[in-house]
Design a protein around this ligand. Structure first.
Ligand code: BTN
Length: 234
């Protein structure tokens, strides 16, 4: 996958979205497309690409939160074709990739990557036309945040940011082609828990019993949650 590398950006998600727009625009003006199909394919943006930055000045988190992005962490976004299973694919990809670095993460629905009850990686997916931008932040070095952890905090090792990035990109291509629902359910620590869910305009209490083929969290009451912030109770 092609990787665009930057030292400092506002948000890798925003840069990736701009590149998607630019590629879509360029493809409209390609008059020699039938003479150069490979180039046209690239310009139509049918290939995935990634944007990685050493630092972000306006890193974005889910539910309009920010994502602190000082030098030393891993911040990147993958632009890919829209797919309703992407939130699950992205979560499985990151959790499985971190196993290569001696960790055993689980997924808090939909895709907070957790070690115990601390977050090690967060994922923010934004859509644009036919595309989705999958933004991933991974804590590599020690973190001062009480609710977070990092690869260094967990293993005492200094791992290379690029090694983590390459492992995630490789696994992303692999899991994008698969049905990951079973794999996701095995990794999901929300299933079977009593939860409080902060959805856009309401708070729901219940017991999570399953995740369905659309990636929705299924509650014992039968309610299916499309998006929200989950707190595990007890
Ligand atoms: C979350 O709230 O858990 C999601 C955090 C996502 C952070 C990543 S860092 C790379 C990409 N660029 C952003 O601005 N956000 C995502």
């Amino acid at each position: 996958m092609k990787i665009y590398h930057f030292k400092k950006v506002t948000s890798t998600n925003d840069v990736a979205k701009k590149i998607v727009l630019l590629r879509n625009l360029q493809s409209k003006f390609l008059i020699f497309q039938e003479k150069c199909p490979a180039f046209f394919h690239e310009m139509k943006g049918e290939k995935n690409f990634a944007v990685v930055a050493d630092e972000q000045t306006k890193g974005k988190g889910r539910m309009n939160r920010g994502w602190l992005s000082p030098f030393g962490g891993l911040y990147f976004s993958i632009a890919t074709k829209k797919n309703p299973m992407l939130p699950l694919i992205a979560g499985v990809t990151v959790a499985v990739s971190l196993k290569n670095f001696g960790l055993f993460p689980v997924l808090k629905w939909p895709n907070d990557v957790m070690v115990g009850d601390k977050k090690i990686s967060g994922i923010l997916i934004e859509c644009l036309d036919d595309f989705a931008v999958v933004g991933v932040g991974v804590n590599i070095n020690k973190t001062p945040l009480e609710t977070a952890t990092s690869i260094n905090d967990e293993t005492g090792k200094n791992v290379s940011r690029d090694a983590v990035l390459n492992s995630i990109l490789k696994n992303f291509e692999k899991f994008s082609k698969k049905n990951v629902l079973d794999e996701y359910k095995k990794l999901c620590s929300t299933i079977g828990r009593r939860v409080k869910i902060k959805a856009t305009n309401k708070v729901i209490d219940g017991k999570a019993v399953d995740v369905d083929e659309h990636g929705r969290l299924v509650l014992e009451s039968g309610e299916k949650i499309v998006s929200g912030d989950v707190i595990h109770l007890m």
